[in-house]
Design a protein around this ligand. Structure first.
Ligand code: ADP
Ligand code: ASP
Ligand code: MG
Length: 406
């Protein structure tokens, strides 16, 4: 007997047929003698619809009320899933985030889970009951409903698995595992049987939306065994594991892209101490996450050009913040380009191989793709390029690192 968390994403509960199919899979696990908690997302498209409703009602809205609206998608699916389970003879009940509760911070729209109370769930496991828990939502200390950021049901599932000390956390989705790159843009992407937590963390944070970044962080910190699987076919999927569990290390295991970046350049910024703090400090204070940064000193050394990226959705706000410090910083010109994408290669094997960046730059050069900004870490190299070359770049890199399926 094992204790497992089974998470079904939006497409996997996208219509009644699919909910019934997911319920049948839950029943199989229950009949095998396992204790099961199910976490579900809203039906596919539903959260987008709810977000649009809030935007159309008021462009600048109260984020507490945003959470009240967007958290409703999951209420529907926990009810339907519980009914579907009961209908095939499985004892089940639904739980909203606030009913458990799933305690979170009060950062509405992107709250973090602080803890989940599980005593009642465990007591009911003892009576043979399946818990069907709403993903993506929680309760802040002030008594208000929160949501965890888009894709947050993955995080709900992993956090629940950690709190329940579950033996595994199965993430059922619309692809049959984690691939070397997004299989929707590279048909020759290869499924990985195993991937390390570290690589998965990089892939997720660099754009692969198959798992929410925070869920991988939690899994890594709590040693939760995450298994990404198809909700449509019985297949082994991909296991997220510690590095020691991987026998042969590839140099690069994944290629990913983040299309939601924007590039800002400030020209003729005086080259003196305190300038970077004077620019990036106010951006941080405005909760704008600056990612890639390059700085070029002018020939006479008196000024620099400063280029960096911010999330595209924050570009307008970033420009306002920068305008507000223009008096003190005295840069001469600001240009903004939302038409960029960050393409990255990831692999723990990079630690022990040289020449990875060279191969990357050559592959892009051969396709005539210009690199605007570069950043590296121990296990990844990212480049910023014009977004019209996204697919070309991802495919070229996938081939250059020998990742194409035969
Ligand atoms: P769910 O609704 O089940 O949470 P998501 O749409 O959030 O599913 O995530 C699954 C999607 O992630 C896939 O349909 C796929 O297009 C995308 N994806 C991006 N990169 C990868 C990758 N490296 N491996 C697998 N899927 C990926
Ligand atoms: N329904 C939420 C979303 O669409 C959470 C999730 O699917 O993980 O972002
Ligand atoms: Mg998702």
């Amino acid at each position: 007997m094992a204790r497992i968390v089974m998470k079904f994403g939006g497409t996997s509960v996208g219509d009644i047929e699919r909910i019934k199919r997911a319920a049948a899979r839950v029943k199989t696990e229950v009949e095998a003698g396992n204790e099961v908690a199910v976490v579900v997302s809203a039906m596919s498209g539903e959260t987008n619809r709810l977000v649009d409703l809030t935007r159309n009602t008021a462009a600048m809205h109260d984020t507490r009320e945003y959470d009240v609206v967007v958290a409703t998608g999951e209420q529907v699916t926990i009810g339907l899933m519980s009914m579907a389970l009961q209908d095939i003879g499985v004892n089940a009940r639904s739980w909203m985030g606030w009913q458990l509760p799933v305690r979170t911070t009060d950062v509405h729209g992107s709250a973090r889970i602080l803890g989940i109370e599980t005593d009642e769930l465990i007591r009911r496991f003892g009576e043979g009951q399946v818990a069907v828990v709403a993903g993506f939502q929680g309760l802040a200390a002030n008594g208000r409903v929160t949501t965890l950021g888009r894709g947050g049901s993955d995080t709900s599932a992993v956090a629940l698995a950690a709190a329940l000390k579950a033996d595994r956390c199965n993430i059922y989705t619309d692809v049959d595992g984690v691939y070397t790159t997004d299989p929707r843009i590279v048909p020759r992407a290869r499924k990985l049987d195993r991937i390390t937590y570290e690589e998965m963390l990089e892939l997720a944070s660099l754009g692969a939306k198959v798992l929410q970044t925070r869920s991988v962080e939690l899994a890594m910190n709590h040693g939760v065994r995450v298994h990404v699987r198809s909700s449509f076919v019985e297949d082994e999927g991909t296991l997220v594991v510690d590095e020691e569990e991987i026998v042969e290390q590839q140099m690069v295991n994944g290629v990913t892209y983040a299309p939601n970046e924007a590039k800002v350049t400030l020209r003729n910024v005086p080259d003196r101490p305190g300038v970077s703090a004077g620019i990036f400090g106010p951006l941080a204070d405005a909760n704008i996450n600056v990612d890639m940064i390059v700085q070029n000193v002018s020939e006479d050394g008196s000024t620099t050009d400063l280029t960096f990226t911010v999330p595209r959705e924050n570009l307008d706000r970033a420009k306002k913040v920068l305008d507000s410090v223009r008096e003190t910083i005295a840069w001469s010109e600001m240009t903004a380009d939302p038409g960029v994408v960050k393409v990255s290669i990831v692999g723990v094997g990079m630690r022990s191989h040289v020449g990875v960046a060279k191969t990357m730059f050559q592959a892009l050069a051969e396709k005539g793709i210009n690199i605007q900004v570069i950043t590296t870490s121990e296990i990844k190299v990212s480049v910023l390029i014009a977004d019209e070359y996204t697919e070309l770049a991802v495919r070229a890199l996938h081939t250059a690192f020998g990742l194409d399926a035969d």
